[in-house]
Design a protein around this ligand. Structure first.
Ligand code: GLC
Ligand code: MG
Length: 718
């Protein structure tokens, strides 16, 4: 067969080989028959002829076209075509709907707890007695073992170490005590390989007095003259106003070189930067870029409420107006109207956030910001660090309210502290919880009692009185939880931390229940402790207890450790606890895994169901999912029986999935008689078709409402 073009451009059908299946009805025709295709003249008759031909392989286009226009071919074809169009449209619509309806995936800083490494105390690789960057790198498997992805590392910048690294002499270099820039890059590279995120400590409020800028400022170098906050003062009585430092005494120090006083809201070796100077802002932004370029995943912004001070430098009002002004030496003596939370502070944070957003555009490279600010009695001030729905600031401000846990442990007290955050968090924002941190001076004594300064909301009122109570029991520092609350409570506190909604923060060693060490007055290292021994933060900074080996495995080349190792290290250490299924470590690990794998725990509703002198009980559930969790945590001094029979959403019988005491594990309890020992936490997993949150909206919170569609196995916004 051949097709050729004739002169007028029409196709001519040449000879073709007949379809072997063709039966000439007239009985005529042979394999050698020749058909002349003349579309002009013979079209009609050809068409009639072709339609008699059965389809066969290799039939010419014209024949094919004639066949295909027959109704029996055309109709199914059109049906198929429109079906395809309809299916494609349906698929596109479904995809768009799923995308629009889907809640965001949790970002890395939401999915994993934040683990705080205190660099000096984590692991000392070179045996000089002080932890270092290589040491952290040696222990990265520990984070993988715990299933922790976010690691906040306390400062390792070059520093004279007056405040152990929070006094920075050069923001762009590593202190030799901790290693080299190469060590930092190796650590970061290794962390990235393991999918771990590195959060740096960033200290914008002040520098060390050894910083180049300070030297240039005190000699009045024109560009640097106003890099710090200077004012005229009397050299012999250098107190231009009554402002006091967080570490105690006046926040002004006279400088002989410049002949003026400079401001320091912390140590005198930590002069405050002047953020009213645009060059200072630029310097700090450049440093942020420097570390983002290196690839760090986020910053913990230190002491942010102190960034700006009132330019007029007027005296701050005394808490007790009758106190003699010369005896005003502690930060608790003043209302910090002019030295904290000044107008413009949030603009600074927004600017930094915007810079970080530029570096967050690459997929999977979100740069995270957490702010540190202790606005103890002013929860609204804390919440401002979340920013507004339109202008972002930190991803969350640290929630320090749980640091008050050990003070007055009871179910009601715990609920109150949790509620303080949940009731005040802006809509849609992500909560977080810190139960222990190295800082201690930050814990405020109670306000002096006076009817005139009572808070006006009932919640704050309760908080106010609770604080009075805290002060009376003398817990004015931040000891490790196992020391302050007692070993009895460490497990239940970890259980609380890992089952509340939001990001938990774990200070190194809390996962094994490390306790404070005793530090004698002569051993004190901490500047805050040198001002006031009882305010020393050394006890909670002792070396990490890795094993029962020398120095608890903190180092193995020497016998020196910068602070003593806790004597309990032979039984309280990572190695021993790894082998024990019932250890604090094993429970921490189990709960953390569950937190990350169970939708109700990381995306679900959080609802209070009960609180009394001992027990705090809450639910975690997700709409559409029949699996839910009931937590019954006993923070009291005695065993308790909790009756939850009035909660009709709970089944009559409840099976314990996990108990911090282990004995109750697997037991089936009646909901009217849930027995817990002092310090015991129960996690109960149950099945229900009726959820608690729709009927008790006032007892329930959720960051972003999501539902589960079991038919398609997806989460969607609802
Ligand atoms: C932060 C740190 C603390 C330090 C202070 C001054 O509050 O947590 O350790 O002393 O800032 O930089
Ligand atoms: Mg070292």
């Amino acid at each position: 067969m051949s097709l050729t073009k004739d002169t007028d451009g029409s196709l001519e059908l040449g000879l073709y080989t007949r379809n072997p299946g063709y039966q000439d009805e007239e009985g005529g025709g042979s394999a050698a028959d020749t058909i002349h295709a003349d579309p002009g003249e013979k079209h009609e008759s050809d068409a009639a002829e072709y339609t008699q031909i059965k389809p066969y392989a290799g039939m010419p286009k014209e024949v094919l076209l004639l066949y295909s226009s027959q109704a029996r071919y055309r109709v199914p074809r059109e049906i198929l075509f429109w079906l395809t169009v309809a299916c494609t449209l349906a698929l596109v619509t479904l995809t768009v709907t799923v995308i629009v309806m889907s809640p965001r995936c949790l970002s890395w800083w939401q999915a994993s707890p934040v683990y705080q490494v205190y660099t000096r105390s984590f692991r000392d690789s070179d045996g000089d007695g002080v932890g270092d960057l290589k040491g952290i790198q040696e222990q990265l498997d520990h984070f993988e073992y715990l299933n922790i992805k976010s690691v906040w590392i306390s400062p390792f910048y070059r520093s004279p170490m007056r405040d152990f690294g929070y006094d920075v002499a050069d923001f762009r270099s590593i202190d030799p005590l901790f290693g080299t820039m190469q060590d930092f890059e190796d650590l970061l590279g290794e962390m990235q390989k393991k999918g771990l995120k590195l959060i740096m400590d960033f200290i914008p409020n002040h520098t060390s007095d050894q910083h180049r800028w300070f030297n240039l400022s005190r000699t009045r170098e024109p560009h640097y003259k106003d890099y710090y906050v200077w004012t005229d003062c009397n050299a012999t009585a250098p107190r231009p106003n009554n402002w006091v430092s967080v570490f105690g005494n006046s926040s002004w120090t006279y400088d002989d070189v410049r002949g003026q006083c400079y401001l320091h809201q912390f140590l005198k070796e930590q002069p405050d930067l002047n953020f009213r100077n645009l060059h200072v802002r630029k310097e700090i932004t450049d440093i942020i870029h420097f570390w983002l370029e290196k690839g760090v995943d986020g910053f913990r912004m230190d002491a942010v409420k102190h960034l700006l001070e009132a330019a007029h430098l007027r005296d701050e009002p005394q808490v007790d107006p009758n106190k003699a002004p010369e005896s005003v030496t502690s930060e608790w003596d003043l209302h910090h109207d002019y030295t904290t939370s000044q107008l413009g502070l949030h603009d600074l944070l927004r600017d930094w956030r915007a810079e970080m957003d530029i570096y967050s555009r690459e997929p999977g490279r979100y740069r995270f910001m957490v702010t540190e600010s202790y606005d103890y009695h002013e929860v609204d001030k804390t919440m401002m660090y979340y920013g507004t729905p339109l202008v972002k600031e930190s991803d969350f401000p640290f929630n320090f309210y749980l640091l008050d846990l050990p003070q007055n442990t009871s179910g009601l007290w715990v609920q109150h502290l949790v509620h303080l955050w949940m009731a005040n968090i802006p809509k849609g924002q992500w909560p977080n919880w810190v139960v222990s941190q190295e800082s201690l001076y930050l814990h405020p004594p109670p306000p002096t009692f006076s009817f005139s300064n009572l808070p006006n909301s009932p919640l704050h009122l309760l908080f106010y009185f609770s604080n009075l109570h805290c002060y009376q029991v003398g817990n004015h520092d931040k000891p490790r939880i196992a020391s302050s609350a007692g070993q009895t409570y460490i497990r239940v506190i970890n259980m609380l931390l890992l089952t509340l909604p939001g990001t938990p923060t774990t200070y190194y060693g809390e996962e094994i229940g490390m306790e404070n060490i005793n530090v004698t007055d002569s051993q004190i290292q901490d500047p805050a402790g040198k001002y006031n021994a009882s305010a020393s933060r050394d006890p909670q900074r002792s070396p990490m207890q890795w094993s029962g080996d020398m120095n608890a495995g903190f180092n193995n080349k020497t016998n020196i450790t910068w602070l003593p190792v806790h004597p309990d290290y032979s039984s309280v250490n990572v190695e021993v606890q790894k082998k024990d299924e019932g250890s604090v470590l094993a429970q921490y690990r189990f709960l953390n895994k569950l937190r990350q794998s169970e939708l109700p725990l990381h995306r679900g509703w959080f609802c209070y169901v009960h609180a009394d002198a001992s027990v705090f009980s809450y639910l975690r559930e997700l709409d559409g999912l029949d699996r839910a969790f009931l937590m019954v945590l006993n923070f009291g001094k005695e065993s308790a029986i909790t009756d939850l029979s009035s909660i009709r959403e709970l089944p009559e019988q409840l099976k314990v999935l996990m108990s911090t005491n282990q004995v109750s594990e697997g037991k089936v309890l009646q909901k009217s008689r849930i027995l817990t020992e002092a310090g015991e936490g129960l996690m109960i997993q149950y099945s229900t078709l009726i959820h608690f949150n729709p009927n008790h909206p006032e007892q329930c919170y959720v960051s972003e409402k999501t539902c589960y569609l079991s038919a398609m196995d997806i989460l969607y916004k609802c």
